[in-house]
Ligand binder design. Structure first.
Ligand code: NAD
Length: 247
């Protein structure tokens, strides 16, 4: 049966909850994970579209790919998993951090504040010359190679490609030191450094809870693992935890 039979204990007033999400949390919004796509991202091998050498080799292909991903993400709607995490964040304000590997913006769309989108965002781009950042909505995307409105330099998607440094590593380290509960949902546990955050949190004394459709590669690192869809399990967890937090 899908659903949580033995819920992990609710955070107490002295707990700090850090959440890490991956592509599985957006699967029920219609955005495919790598696993579903057989290791491809919408029919492309990652090295063709998601690395600095790929952009240097064929920037028009990379831009076509990310414009299509951005349009797809802009049409998608948050699902109950995103909504449950937004509710947890609002209820536990000041003792909650949400880290995501997703680039689709659906956590922000569901109302989560201060999301650490460590792999960047499909909704932003930046200039390769002057580093000005833009919302995709505010740049002219008609040319095959969009140009910076400020300096005319070549724009690129604000996505962390393979071989690049993820965003917010300092903030993430602070959260992982502070956290007493670490909840990981919808990630296969194969992309580093995110896959090792659970070990870091546990070394600092946190308990770790995993929620995933299939057992993740790093399942041994969790105190509790709940197998199921994020859109079913996270709302149950949020309801139980937030009721307990009120009482
Ligand atoms: P992944 O594709 O490697 O793994 C996804 C995991 O989610 C799998 O283990 C799968 O069993 C699980 N899953 C599938 N449907 C689920 C559901 N309904 N509920 C719970 N779990 C479910 O994804 P990853 O671990 O996030 O790593 C892939 C990288 O790909 C990330 O760095 C991310 O930036 C990028 N990516 C992002 C998106 C997005 O923004 N939505 C989509 C695809 C890839």
């Amino acid at each position: 049966m899908e659903g949580v039979l033995n819920l992990p204990p609710a955070p107490t007033l002295t707990d700090f909850l850090t959440v890490l999400t991956g592509a599985g949390v957006s699967a029920e919004s219609g955005i495919r994970t790598f696993r579903d796509a057989g290791g491809l991202w919408e029919s492309h091998r990652l090295e063709e579209v998601a690395s600095p050498p790929a952009f240097a080799r064929d920037p028009e292909l990379v831009w076509r790919f990310y414009k299509a991903r951005w349009e797809n993400a802009s049409r998608a709607r948050p699902n109950p998993a995103h909504e449950a995490l937004a509710a947890m964040g609002a209820a536990l304000a000041g003792r909650f951090v949400l880290i995501t590997q997703n680039v689709d913006g659906l956590h922000q769309c569901a109302g989560s504040a201060g999301v650490l989108d460590m792999h960047g965002s499909l909704h932003r781009c930046r200039c390769t010359r002057c580093d000005t950042h833009y919302s995709m909505r505010n740049v002219d995307l008609t040319p095959a190679l969009p140009a910076c409105p400020a300096c005319g330099g070549l724009l690129r998607p604000d996505i962390v490609w393979f071989g690049e440094m993820p965003h917010y590593l300092d903030e993430i380290e602070v959260a992982l030191r502070r956290t007493t509960l670490f909840l990981v949902a919808g990630t296969s546990g194969v992309v580093y450094p995110a896959a090792q955050f659970v070990q870091m949190a546990r070394r600092n004394g946190a308990s770790a809870i995993g929620v995933n459709l299939e057992p993740p590669d790093n399942i041994a690192c969790f105190d509790t693992f709940i197998q199921g869809r994020a859109g079913v399990v996270l709302p149950q967890l949020a309801a139980a935890w937030l009721d307990a937090d009120k009482s």
